[in-house]
Design a binder for this molecule. Structure first.
Ligand code: CUA
Length: 172
């Protein structure tokens, strides 16, 4: 009868080289956490809210989606309901005064689209059956184009619109 061969007791000491890489990956992890925190609090990073679920086949039949467009909530705050479909955004133009805070609500009645508002941090997926929401402050007058940045078919490139931010005329 032969004794089973006993392996050497495994060592739990990390190789110095390995230890160096553990430190490097921890430093990277902390750097990424700091970056995300800065983006979140200093740069106004917002995660598109999964507000509500809707039925894409009937969503456009009742309010507020049967009348897409702007709602004035007062105090410079607006809600913008936008329907995305092949191949347009309804409405194609949204006009607000400078200094407005606009919350965009988007949904699609057919396929997946995108909604990127140039020169702002708004860039979201528009998925049938869901409402995507993001708020943006317009502190400067100008025209901000929105484009569909998710390929949605032959007319994808023609899917765009714009937010017109009107300068304060000194009225009111
Ligand atoms: Cu809609 Cu691309």
């Amino acid at each position: 009868m032969t004794e089973p061969h006993l392996e050497e007791t495994p060592s739990f000491e990390a190789d110095p080289y390995e230890r160096k890489w553990i430190v490097v990956s921890l430093v990277l992890l902390i750097a990424f956490m700091v970056t995300v925190t800065i983006a979140g609090f200093a740069l106004g990073f917002q995660v598109p809210g999964d507000e509500t679920r809707v039925d894409p086949r009937t969503v456009a039949d009742s309010g507020p989606w049967n009348e897409p467009g702007l709602r004035d909530r007062g105090n410079g705050e607006y809600d913008a309901y936008v329907i995305a479909r092949q191949y347009l955004f309804d409405p194609r133009t949204i006009t607000v005064p400078v200094g407005s805070s606009v919350t965009f609500y988007l949904t699609s009645i057919d396929v997946q689209h995108g909604f990127k508002l140039q020169n702002t941090n708004v860039n979201m997926q528009v998925v049938p059956g869901e409402v995507s929401r993001l708020t943006v402050e317009f502190d400067e007058a100008g025209e901000f184009d929105y484009i569909c940045n998710e390929f949605c078919g032959a007319g994808h490139a023609a899917m765009f619109g714009s937010v017109v931010v009107e300068a304060d005329t000194g009225g009111a």
